[in-house]
Design a binder for this molecule. Structure first.
Ligand SMILES: Nc1ncnc2c1ncn2[C@@H]1O[C@H](COP(=O)(O)OP(=O)(O)OP(=O)(O)O)[C@@H](O)[C@H]1O
Length: 228
């Protein structure tokens, strides 16, 4: 269960109050839709704990996640891939990028095998010894998604994950997410609703800083696809 209860947020010196109140399913994919400036990124930042609400409560799997004092390992359960992959890559090689998360928790031999497996899944083997600065925009995006998925977070948040990806790599990510969603919760903010329609289980529309009731019925979701 992923629940926002009477959550309110306001940017400093801004008059708009964002108001979010909804409950999402525990696994599967929820797509967040909305016009430019509607509040999708603001909602995503609240979901990932990057921003704290002024009022209200946010629960993930019964755990109040906007509490001031969280168990220190809690954020290992949440992975977020931001729109711009540059902000996420800071190691000297792609191998080190992939190894960074696992090396906080596992011995070197295990880390090595996790990196090899993930590199294979994401077709990154030829890039492992390169610096992230040598990669194309699409390759950076692919690496940034792989770096988060290698940690297997229970909640995976993706802000425009297909931006800059070739059709081949978009299809690769779609395939990975199709499998991942069976046992994990995935939130995707994506402007091209049509391209992910077969993947999603639920739609949350954000309008003027507020959410509508989550749409779970597949017929309603398909109808929505005609408007977005
Ligand atoms: N750091 C900030 N300070 C002040 N206002 C902000 C800040 N970030 C966003 N806003 C405002 O909040 C509103 C919602 O922005 P947000 O980025 O959440 O929308 P969005 O739905 O993600 O838009 P887009 O699809 O264009 O990325 C906008 O009016 C924006 O100008």
């Amino acid at each position: 269960m992923f629940k926002f209860e009477a959550v309110q947020y306001q940017y400093p010196n801004q008059s708009t109050t964002f108001k979010f109140d909804f409950t999402l399913t525990n696994t599967g994919i929820t797509a967040i839709l909305g016009a430019n400036g509607a509040g999708k990124s603001t909602l995503i930042r609240l979901m990932a704990g990057l921003t704290s609400p002024a009022k209200g409560s946010i629960y993930f799997q019964q755990q109040l996640i906007n509490a001031r004092e969280l168990p220190c390992d809690f954020y290992q359960n949440i992975g977020i891939v931001l729109q711009n992959p540059e902000t996420m890559l800071f190691n000297s090689t792609v191998f080190d990028e992939l190894a960074y998360g696992p090396s906080q928790n596992f011995p070197a031999t295990k880390v090595q095998s996790m990196v090899q497996k993930t590199a294979q899944t994401f077709a990154l083997e030829p890039l492992l010894n390169l610096s992230p600065t040598q990669l194309s925009g699409g390759q950076k995006k692919l690496v940034s998604i792989a770096c988060i998925l290698i940690n297997q977070p229970q909640l995976l948040i993706l802000d425009e994950p297909f931006g800059g990806l070739s059709l081949e790599n978009s299809n690769l990510i779609l395939k990975v997410l199709q499998e991942y969603k069976q046992t994990h919760k995935i939130i995707i903010a994506h402007h091209d609703f049509q391209s992910i329609i077969n993947l999603i289980d639920e739609v949350l529309i954000v309008e003027n800083g507020q959410n509508n009731v989550p749409i779970k019925d597949i017929t309603d979701i398909i109808q929505l696809a005609n408007t977005y």
